[in-house]
Write a protein that binds this ligand. Structure first.
Ligand code: FAD
Length: 326
């Protein structure tokens, strides 16, 4: 109790009905709904949390062409700037700090960053996920210039149409991305470092039976080259050390995502891959009053619009919960 009183008297302690952690489409949609419901939410947008700028994953891409309302596409950064402005317009208080710790064992919940301690009656976790990337010479130079980590987002871009493309990975998402890319590319190489896939049998056979897909087993990319955009890859066979020159216009990493859940310190139930588990059809986590939205709880769809959709659900679920507890 003494600790609790000292935290409240701390000048940097704040109280709120709702604290939102994150800054992608899920967090800002939740903030817009909650602020319009006059909950005066506090939002921690992070400062280079997971090396990503406030605004989340979309700040790492150029053009977003599949978000409704933008018939000519919109730059990822512009879309997130607009979401942020809309959150502010309705009275969200935004702190540009990363949450380092939470305490969910007692209410009000405590949310801690370097210089703030927030006591909140409810919390929405919307910290997203990071697509894993590999680094090799050229991987940074051609990032967003042929190299991507999202085939569903970028695969349909004109530069990839009827061109040879490559996918790195060996799990279900690599099979899915390669199969998806056969709609656009002339040929799809799956580059895999082992001599067998980890993917489920059904996903493997779907990919392997596709005449456009060829697998380069026991292979790793050692260099990406090109001029203004990706022109090809040097691919090394790890068994015989031969290096192949692969002319491809696109390279897609499909080596998994890492949800940003470490700061939760195991206080919410997570699945075996570290994603927050929510009750089906809701955003309710294993702790009443704590909700989760966006990619941090979704390893299937992983899109801006689905993140925004669950952000809306989380705000409505939180509003309901706050009405219940009075
Ligand atoms: P994220 O966008 O993951 O954002 C969460 C953010 O919260 C973090 O980035 C960080 O800034 C902040 N944060 C994390 N931890 C903390 C913490 N402890 N404290 C405070 N803040 C924290 N989707 C599409 O629909 N269309 C596209 O064209 C598209 N293109 C993409 C291109 C790329 C290169 C990538 C990587 C993804 C793309 N996506 C696209 C997917 C889309 O970006 C995600 O599905 C969406 O951004 C998920 O939103 P989110 O709200 O869950 O969180």
């Amino acid at each position: 109790a003494a600790k609790f009183i000292s935290m409240v008297s701390d000048p940097q302690s704040l109280k709120t009905r709702l604290c939102i952690i994150g800054s992608g489409p899920a967090a800002h949609t939740a903030a817009i709904y909650a602020a319009r419901a006059e909950l005066k939410p506090i939002l921690f947008e992070g400062w280079l949390a997971n090396d990503i700028a406030p605004g989340g994953q979309l700040t790492t891409t150029s053009e977003v062409e599949n978000f409704p309302g933008f018939p000519n596409g919109v730059a990822g950064i512009e879309l997130m700037d607009k979401c942020r402005a809309q959150s502010l317009r309705f009275g969200t208080q935004i702190f540009t700090e990363t949450v380092s710790k939470v305490e969910f064992s007692t209410t009000p919940f405590k949310i801690l960053s370097d210089s703030k301690r927030v006591l909140a009656d409810s919390v929405i976790v919307a910290t997203g996920a990071v697509a894993k990337r590999l680094t090799f010479p050229g991987s940074e130079v051609f990032w967003n210039r042929g190299i991507s980590s999202c085939a569903v987002c970028d695969g349909a871009a004109p530069i990839f149409r009827n061109k040879p493309l490559a996918v790195i990975g060996g799990g279900d998402s690599a099979m899915e991305e390669a199969t998806f890319l056969t709609k656009y590319g002339s040929k799809i190489y799956i580059i895999h470092r082992r001599n067998e896939f980890r993917a489920s049998k059904i996903m493997q056979s779907r990919a392997l039976s596709n005449p456009k897909i060829e697998v380069l087993w026991n292979s790793v990319v050692v260099e990406a080259y090109g001029e203004r955009s990706l022109g090809g890859l040097k691919v090394k066979n790890v068994v015989n050390s031969e290096v192949l020159d692969l002319k491809v216009w696109g390279l897609f990493f499909a080596i998994g995502h890492e949800p940003a859940t470490k700061f939760l310190g195991g206080q919410l139930k997570l699945d075996s891959d570290g994603y927050v588990i929510t009750n089906p059809g809701t955003t309710q986590t294993s702790i009443k009053g704590v909700f989760a939205a966006g990619d941090v709880q979704d390893k299937k769809y992983r899109q801006a619009i689905t993140a925004a959709g669950t952000g809306c659900m989380a705000a409505l679920d939180a509003e309901h919960y706050l009405q219940e507890i009075g």
